[in-house]
Design a protein. Structure first.
Length: 255
């Protein structure tokens, strides 16, 4: 996932497995969420969060950096950042006090290989072997359990959610169903899925429901939809597929 950046010029990145000695004055930051700022010509670590089981994560190849950070809009003085790694949980952190540790650590059904998405007081996330989950943001925390869950279960590596909306209305959560990591010979197509953000239990579209007409290309892992100008773009093997509303059929005139 890409880094996240806030309005103050700080950049947030998550690292994977590796040596960690920053707590003892070193400069190695394995399995950590770093808050960075460019000061003069130097990139400075202003704050960091390292899970208390960092050594165990490193030993078992459970990278925190397999996911990615997402910043929630500041509300009532609360400035939150979310991060999850290969085995979860979903950590909820105060981005001004990362070293204080997680405010919450919510269990997940599987690992995270993408960042959550945020819209209108809700966080959407699909971990490995889990459904799309909708967590409500309430008083600087996430709801302990999802307020809604989607119907389709996403296998490894889960799916990266993207939200399109008309402001606070008509929001859609888009995800791409891909393939498991060791399915090397797969010719399975990607499946673009769309859910009603107001009720993610309601799937409103998938690219297989009309058969070959909407079928996407052969799937590749870790793809995330891009929504722009009324179109949804998804990457597939050796192609980019573009989805949008079809032109209405013109009525035929009897002769």
């Amino acid at each position: 996932m890409a880094p996240a950046a806030d309005e103050q010029g700080d950049v947030y990145v998550a690292t994977g497995n590796g040596h960690f000695d920053a707590a003892s004055g070193g400069c190695s930051y394995g399995d950590s969420l770093l808050k960075l700022r460019l000061t003069g010509s130097q990139l400075v670590v202003r704050d960091l969060f390292t899970p208390p089981n960092e050594r165990d994560l490193n030993a078992r190849d459970k990278d925190l950096g397999s996911g990615g950070p997402v910043l929630l809009p500041a509300r009532a003085g609360q400035r939150l950042v979310l991060i999850a790694g290969k085995e979860g949980p979903l950590h909820v952190l105060d981005r001004d006090r990362l070293k204080e540790g997680a405010r919450q650590s919510l269990p997940l059904a599987g690992g995270a290989y993408a960042a959550p998405a945020y819209w209108n007081g809700h966080v959407f996330f699909a971990a490995t072997n889990d459904r799309l989950q909708d967590f409500a943001v309430v008083q600087g925390k996430l709801s302990e359990a999802p307020v809604k869950s989607g119907g389709e279960r996403f296998a490894n590596p889960g799916a990266g959610a993207v939200v399109s909306a008309n402001g606070a209305r008509d929001a859609v959560v888009w995800l791409i169903e891909t393939k498991v990591w060791n399915d090397y010979a797969s010719t399975k197509p990607s499946i673009l899925r769309a859910y009603d953000a107001a009720n993610v239990a309601r799937e409103i579209y998938d690219s297989e429901q009309s058969g070959a007409r909407d079928r996407a290309g052969v799937t590749v892992r870790f793809t995330i939809p891009t929504v722009a100008n009324g179109r949804v773009y998804i990457g597939a093997k050796r192609e980019v597929d573009v989805y949008g509303l079809l032109a209405p059929k013109q009525p035929t005139t009897a002769k």
